[in-house]
Design a protein around this ligand. Structure first.
Ligand SMILES: O=C(O)CCC(=O)C(=O)O
Ligand SMILES: [Fe+2]
Length: 490
């Protein structure tokens, strides 16, 4: 593809097998830099089952395998040749229809299934949710500290019934996807949902990526910061986007079996240079939580400004802003607050367990990790205290009873089955990261104290411990207080 934009560098490539977790954090996750990791997919079932041998050592998609084994009645497909505002036009069809179109297109045929010969790209297929018993891959350790998917495995993102409709339930059920597209399919310029990180693994095929440094993000917007460039290879109008000509890009050709780490807030555009299948997760954690909050806050201000002129005639202006925010951004302040309260509690529990005397070797890495998590949540909660949504009594009324009870009564949360599941998942994730770190160093024996929220051990007082910190969380100030007390205890 002819490239008009100024490419100033390539994305670094690192052998994932000899990179430690701590190094990944230090070099890429914390400084928010992209990287391509090699050598991490050799054991994946997807590699064997989903591909056929192509030319040389290249693999190609085994479409018949998908038609036979994953006959999804409804998948989301992007029509790469038609634009719908900032994205491509989306269609819904069965897996069989999608494959018929792909195969038809490859033979140059123009049947009904082929529609108009356009390039269709299967995107955002919730494969893990749809086929939970088929273990196509394992998430590499670098990407296990994934609060978004850990949370969604046990909790709904929205609790308000007017937001949580059926379509939303599927779209927000998790952020683990499979993408499949023929050569030529592509994804327009964008930054990821919630300004999360993503990782994307090529099961087969090859992708070309273009990345823009976050410090240059403003250059792809028009003067009003409303619309952004859709395709960086278009003849971008200098009049509409006066700063675009200043942009400088990092490029990357991602080969089969390679995984790319996409940092938060970096605009990127992606092209499939061959028939490609990829697995891709969106995720966030303590290192990019502030990106998520900042986006929510910016989108909230836009939502509010948009309806400012009806404020006086609105019974519940704040509630309406929050409903619009949930609809546009996928989450509102209350959803986010319920989420961080529960994550904070899970981390306090984990820290408490680590500090118990029967834990033979205190894992200092994990303890630091938990403290870092709590500090990051505290910093975001502290910013939330200053927002209108949480400041006045009047605005607190906008919180539905469902949302309020989901964050306020600590004792009740600790007893909930969904919260116990979250805590177990968090505990397992940090054990996994920790054991990976230890096996790279020496194999010191390690005995973990309690492994569940309400331990079977009669002397585990985790519930008393937590409820002694604060017994009720009415808003972000209480969460800040809870974290301060938990951290000063240790
Ligand atoms: O592979 C693609 O087409 C898009 C992937 C992407 O945007 C991502 O992983 O963040
Ligand atoms: Fe993306």
């Amino acid at each position: 593809m002819a490239c008009r934009v100024k490419v100033v560098g390539q994305v670094e490539r690192v052998d994932g097998e000899s990179l430690s977790y701590a190094e990944f954090v230090r070099r890429f996750m914390a400084p928010n830099r992209p990287v391509v990791l090699t050598g991490l997919t050799s054991s994946w079932r997807a590699r064997k089952d989903w591909t056929l041998s192509g030319s040389g050592d290249r693999r190609r998609p085994d479409l018949g395998f998908f038609a036979q084994n994953f006959p999804s009645p409804l998948v989301q497909v992007a029509d790469c040749s038609s634009r719908d505002l900032t994205d491509q036009k989306r269609l819904e069809m069965s897996m069989q229809e999608f494959i018929d179109h792909w195969v038809g297109g490859a033979h140059g045929a123009s049947s009904d299934g082929d529609r108009d010969g356009s390039l269709l790209y299967l995107k955002d297929w919730h494969f893990v949710k749809e086929y939970p018993d088929y273990i196509a891959y394992t998430t590499p350790t670098f990407f296990v500290d994934d609060w978004l998917n850990m949370y969604l495995d046990s909790h709904p993102i929205h609790r308000d019934s007017d937001i949580a409709n059926h379509k939303n339930e599927i779209n927000c059920s998790d952020y683990r996807f499979v993408y499949m597209g023929a050569k030529g399919t592509w994804t327009p310029l964008h930054a990821d949902v919630f300004r999360s990180y993503s990782w994307s693994a090529n099961v087969c095929g090859r992708k070309q990526w273009f990345f823009l440094l976050p410090s240059q993000s403003h250059c792809i917007f028009d003067r009003n910061m409303r619309s952004s460039v859709y395709n960086l290879h278009d003849d971008v109008s200098e009049k509409q986007f006066p700063e675009f000509s200043k942009t400088e890009w990092l490029e990357c050709i991602q080969e089969q079996n390679e995984i790319i780490f996409v940092p938060s807030g970096w605009y990127h555009q992606v092209h499939n240079l061959e028939d490609t299948i990829s697995i891709n997760h969106n995720w966030f954690n303590a290192y990019n939580l502030h990106w998520v909050w900042n986006l929510l806050y910016e989108d909230y201000k836009v939502a509010k400004e948009y309806i400012e002129d009806i404020r006086d005639i609105c019974d519940d202006f704040e509630g309406l802003c929050q409903r619009n925010l949930a609809a546009n951004t996928g989450m509102n302040f209350y959803d986010f607050f319920v989420f961080i309260v529960r994550f904070a509690l899970a981390n306090v529990i984990e820290l408490y367990h680590l500090q118990q005397p029967e834990v033979a070797t205190l894992s200092t890495e994990t303890a630091h990790h938990l403290v870092y998590n709590l500090t990051s949540i505290r910093s975001v909660a502290s910013k939330m205290t200053k927002t209108e949504a949480f400041t006045t009594e009047n605005h607190l009324c906008s919180i539905s009873e469902d949302n309020r009870s989901a964050f306020s009564n600590i004792k009740q949360i600790l007893e909930e089955e969904s919260f116990r599941r979250l805590s177990m998942t968090v505990s397992k994730a940090y054990d996994h990261i920790d054991s990976g770190q230890r096996s790279l160093k020496s194999s010191t024996s390690y005995l973990k104290g309690c492994s569940s929220v309400i331990c079977l051990k009669s002397d585990c007082n985790v519930v008393d411990h937590i409820t002694s910190l604060v017994d009720e969380v009415c808003g972000p100030e209480d969460l800040v207080r809870l974290i301060d007390r938990a951290l000063s205890d240790g």
